[in-house]
Design a protein around this ligand. Structure first.
Ligand code: FPP
Length: 245
């Protein structure tokens, strides 16, 4: 991979982030620039999902979490919402075989309740068929909102306290993490957001507390293996202090 000035950049394979989270942004603008409907951007974005999943797996990333649909995305036009809801089914129809061969484990985080049957069916089938795989964990955030996730966790904890199963002193970070959708996963080491937007948009607010943040100007459909490895290269040159010195 090449840097801005054409110099050769090499990744340190002993310092690969274990968990990478990505806000895949810029599909709509990518399409608009080409005079295409917004959904054409989402279709192109699906190809990038394939490429980045392979790129992550190739260098030994343990978990990749992709923000595919937020709790706020329901406000989009009905046709676009329907299109986005069909994508997991379409993606898994063509990719599941290869994901199984690649030893990838598919998971989902988010609120399943409002998702259409065809979306949830596709995701559950992929989860079931890959549950014993031990390679990359590919986590789709679907109907996901961090505040929603935290409220859910707080309600579960309140219920445990009410039933007398937990003391108030037992409300610790660990207790909270037991009830987040990411239970069992390490926090992301690196968050990538594409398309030049510089915000978190209600994504993994608890889990990103100490993550390195990387913002790329590239629209998601144009994001590729090289851009992804550039983000990891930059991560490897950051000094993570976790509040220490
Ligand atoms: C943000 O771009 C993107 C989304 C809301 C959807 C992301 C979905 C994909 C990349 C495809 C998902 C694929 C699978 C397999 C589930 P935007 O539409 O907000 O772009 P804009 O900011 O340029 O309008």
């Amino acid at each position: 991979m090449q840097g801005k000035d054409g110099e050769q950049l090499t990744l340190d394979l002993d310092n690969i982030p274990k968990h990478i989270a990505i806000i895949m942004d810029g599909n709509g603008r990518w399409a608009k620039k080409r005079g295409l409907p917004r959904v054409a951007g989402h279709r192109a974005g699906m190809k990038t999902v394939k490429e980045i999943t392979r790129a992550a797996d190739d260098i030994g990333v343990k978990a990749l979490t992709l923000y595919a649909f937020s709790t706020e995305n329901w406000k989009r036009p009905k046709d676009e919402v329907e299109y986005l809801m069909r994508l997991p089914q379409e993606y898994l129809l063509t990719e599941l075989k290869e994901l199984i061969e690649q030893n990838v484990q598919v998971r989902m985080l988010g609120n399943k309740d409002q998702l259409p049957d065809y979306t949830i069916k596709a995701v559950l089938e992929a989860q079931e068929k890959t549950k014993n795989n031990t390679g990359l964990i590919l986590n789709f955030a679907l109907n996901y909102g961090s505040r929603d996730e935290m409220l859910h966790a707080i309600r579960c904890i309140a219920d445990e306290v009410k039933k007398g199963n937990l003391d108030v002193e037992g409300i610790t970070e660990k207790a909270m993490e037991r009830h987040l959708f990411t239970v069992g996963l390490p926090d992301p080491d690196l968050l990538i957001r594409t398309s030049g937007e510089v915000r978190l948009s209600n994504f993994m607010l608890w889990q990103l507390a100490y993550s390195e943040l990387y913002f790329s100007e590239v629209y998601w459909p144009d994001f590729n293996r090289d851009e992804f490895y550039k983000a990891i290269y930059e991560y490897q040159h950051r000094n993570r202090r976790y509040g220490g010195v």
